[in-house]
Write a new protein. Structure first.
Length: 372
């Protein structure tokens, strides 16, 4: 286990270990207890939200040799549970549709499904990234889903449900997975740090959780990177994590907003140039600028209640001061300018040019007080 990355080492092994997704867990566990397990499930949601993990736990639960009537958790001790946990069960077939997406693979699956499980009660097929199946392969799978044998369970997982053909969706019990909240991710990271005896500031965990975009797997990977960067024998610092991830410091954004509030085009453009020259990605910079302006707007509308957990106490105080300088309509306009510039940066021959033009326009409109 020592050489495993954190997201694999601490992957949930029971339903009780799952972070978030309460509605999904409740429905599946009720189905197991009442012996109403369906022949086909469709798990849809963002990456790192637990789709494949829950699929494997479900496979363990329905095949657990020690699970008693009225129970739903796998024992994780019987031969079936151990084989599935160690990815060596011949009755659990996992297919990556991103690389096995053709008609031949589905024909092979169709042949395979006819045979009864070797050791288990059910033969479970997990098809990851199911939306990447070709049209022919999807139609072949459809026929199998319509008339499956009693010993087979299909679990399809996808990050892009809109690309799934409607006839397959209609033949599955569909579960929508949500992005995890920052507080849920922090709780899991704190658990891992406790187990690993890692010294780490709560501020660092807040920062990692916020930058994981609701994915527990991404958060665990970022924590892993931070530990490798800092070394397990010393405390992980927020400055090191920001450097590692290439994240634009909010204090830098705050300084730029000051220049905009002071109508100083020259200082703002020079300052931006210095930041870009130091290696900051314009795309990452404007992403953070948009986030900061959104927080300004939320403070104007909702006061302190909506200020993001990613801010330190000092950063929150500075943001409050700046929010008082701008009218709500001006912040609306800034956000529109910067969102437009973000789209243009992707295709610009000089990446920072759309951002420079947006900053100049923001200051000129503020100077002239002509925001439409």
């Amino acid at each position: 286990m020592a050489n495993l990355v954190l997201y694999r080492k601490y992957r949930p092994q029971t339903f009780a270990d799952i972070v978030g997704q309460e509605n999904v867990v409740q429905t599946l566990t009720n189905a197991i207890v009442s012996e109403m397990v369906s022949h086909a499930y469709l798990f849809s949601g963002p990456r790192g939200s637990g789709k494949t993990t829950i699929a494997r736990i479900l496979a363990k639960a329905v095949n657990c040799q020690n699970r008693k009537k009225g129970e739903y958790e796998p024992c994780n001790k019987c031969l079936s549970c151990l084989e599935i946990a160690e990815a060596r069960s011949i009755d659990l077939i996992e297919i990556d549709a991103a690389s096995n997406r053709g008609i031949d693979e589905m024909r092979e699956l169709k042949e395979n499904i006819r045979f009864v499980p070797s050791k288990s009660k059910y033969k479970v097929f997990i098809i990851d990234e199911a939306h990447q199946l070709t049209k022919e392969a999807a139609n072949a799978l459809l026929k199998t889903l319509e008339e499956p044998p009693g010993h087979a369970i299909f679990i399809l997982a996808t990050t892009e449900i809109h690309k799934m053909i409607s006839t397959i969706v209609s033949r599955c019990q569909r579960f929508n997975f949500r992005r995890l909240t920052v507080s849920e991710i922090i709780k899991k990271l704190e658990f891992i740090c406790g187990k690993e005896k890692i010294k780490i500031d709560k501020e660092v965990l807040n920062f990692i959780a916020f930058n994981s975009s609701g994915s527990i797997r991404d958060a665990e990977s970022l924590l892993d990177q931070a530990l490798v960067w800092s070394g397990r024998d010393r405390e992980v610092k927020i400055e090191e994590v920001k450097t590692l991830l290439g994240i634009v410091d909010l204090n830098i954004i705050s300084q730029l907003v000051d220049f905009i509030s002071e109508d100083r085009k020259d200082k703002a453009i020079d300052f931006l140039g210095e930041i870009i020259d130091k290696g900051k990605d314009p795309q990452e910079f404007i992403k953070t600028l948009i986030f900061y302006c959104r927080q300004l707007l939320l403070f104007k509308v909702c006061n302190d209640d909506k200020l993001n957990i990613a801010f330190t106490k000092e950063e929150k105080e500075k943001l409050k001061e700046q929010a008082l300088v701008f009218e709500e309509e001006k912040i609306h306009y800034f956000l529109k300018l910067f969102l437009d510039a973000e789209n243009k940066i992707k295709y610009a021959s000089i990446p920072q040019l759309p951002l420079e033009l947006a900053i100049i326009e923001a200051i000129e409109k503020k100077e002239n007080n002509t925001i439409n």
